[in-house]
Design a protein around this ligand. Structure first.
Ligand SMILES: Nc1ncnc2c1ncn2[C@@H]1O[C@H](COP(=O)(O)OP(=O)(O)O)[C@@H](O)[C@H]1O
Ligand SMILES: [Mg+2]
Length: 367
């Protein structure tokens, strides 16, 4: 789906220190109307702190936040056009589903009439497919149902920006992947701009239009799931998103159609796409995802981009297998083979194999 490219949320040079700890460092982000944007990173990298500053629960030590063009830095949480759904969902246990969803609407200064609130609640429960559960209490619901009620409640006041902190955190694995798509459908049906926090890269890639990878309070890279996976700009991002082999290499030749690198772990040169941003003699990293590598028993007839090694470990995962191949240098390389023929004679432990890939299979990383 194409979404608007008009900014809804602008984060400008925002930092946050807690008594000596730099939790968020000089973050700049522009998030578009209707976009689902994920803050992704390991535990303690500052995701929740950034989200809490958007909600107004924390004050930035420096910088400014704009929503729909308005500087909200001085606006208290309850007056910001945002709503946050917490990991625990924080539903009121003594209230029914309908009362939970109606609660925020009843607290408003210029509140709607009773029938108007009732009709709005019915509409919201319809949206999250909970209309048949209106008179249940939270304890009588499954985890996924509770999440849908919490979502309906956070959408009731029509926030401009919906904030989700680890939205699937309370659900088990199977339910998670089902709810990920369901929550995206609901958010897109409403058209609300959404910022979500997660440490789970699969979740970010499934749900978000764009992802920002965070590390130690800083934004490392911003891009679509595809850009972040195929064109990581740093070792950290390459390793954090999916699996990857990284070789240390030196630039040896720069041609119009390709660039050539040497690598201590390999007997043949690595050839990558032309136009790399480093001079001859520079040291850099070459990242190759395991699914970009083809495995064979015969030596390939190409002069570049292959290596020989011995199969050390195999993880059979049904649809595909992951092979760990040890090179003479001692380095281990990971390759993925899809299992599309039941009778195929499989490569097994201790087999000598050749791994090869094309120019476009490898990506150069500079930091
Ligand atoms: N209220 C606080 N007081 C002091 N340090 C905090 C506070 N909140 C968070 N931190 C610290 O800031 C860093 C980032 O935390 P957080 O934003 O919760 O990370 P994440 O959500 O990515 O796991 C951590 O080092 C954490 O210990
Ligand atoms: Mg957190």
């Amino acid at each position: 789906m194409t979404k608007s490219s008009q900014p809804m949320l602008e984060i400008r040079q925002v930092s946050k220190q807690f008594s000596g700890v730099s939790a968020v460092k000089d973050v700049n982000l522009s998030i578009n109307k209707g976009e689902i944007f994920a803050l992704l990173g390991g535990s303690g990298c500052g995701k929740t702190t950034l989200l809490r500053m958007l909600a107004g629960f924390e004050t930035p030590s420096a910088g400014a936040i704009f929503i729909d063009g308005e500087d909200i830095s001085e606006v208290p949480p309850h007056r910001r056009p945002v709503n946050m759904m917490f990991q625990s969902y924080a539903l009121f246990p003594h209230m029914t589903v309908a009362q939970n969803v109606a609660f925020g609407l009843q607290q408003e200064k210029n509140r709607l009439s009773k029938p108007e609130i009732a009709s709005k609640v019915a509409q919201l429960l319809g949206l999250v497919r909970m209309q048949d559960f209106a008179s249940r209490r939270p304890e009588q619901l499954s985890g996924g149902q509770r999440q849908r009620v919490a979502l309906a409640r956070s959408l009731a006041k029509k926030p401009k920006v919906l904030l989700l902190d680890e939205p699937m955190g309370a659900l088990d694995k199977k339910l998670r992947s089902q709810m990920q798509l369901e929550v995206v459908d609901i958010i897109e049906a409403v058209g609300v701009t959404c910022v979500m926090v997660t440490h789970d890269q699969e979740e970010a890639m499934t749900m978000a239009d764009r992802i920002s990878v965070m590390h130690e309070g800083e934004i490392m890279q911003v891009g679509t799931p595809n850009e972040i996976y195929e064109f990581p700009n740093s070792r950290h991002t390459a390793e954090f998103i999916g699996s990857v082999n990284i070789f240390d290499a030196t630039v040896t030749q720069l041609e119009k159609d390709y660039s050539l690198l040497t690598c201590v772990d390999l007997n043949v040169p690595i050839q990558v796409e032309a136009g790399i941003n480093a001079p001859i003699g520079a040291s850099l990293g070459v990242a190759i995802r395991p699914e970009k590598i083809t495995m064979s028993r015969q030596q390939p007839d190409q002069l570049v981009n292959w290596l020989m090694g011995v199969v050390e470990d195999i993880a059979y995962l049904g649809g595909h297998s992951v092979y760990y191949v040890k090179l003479t240098s001692g380095k281990r390389v990971m390759a993925i083979g899809t299992n599309n023929d039941r009778h195929e004679q499989k490569v097994t432990w201790k087999d000598t194999v050749y791994l090869h890939w094309s120019n476009t299979g490898a990506v150069v990383i500079y930091q």
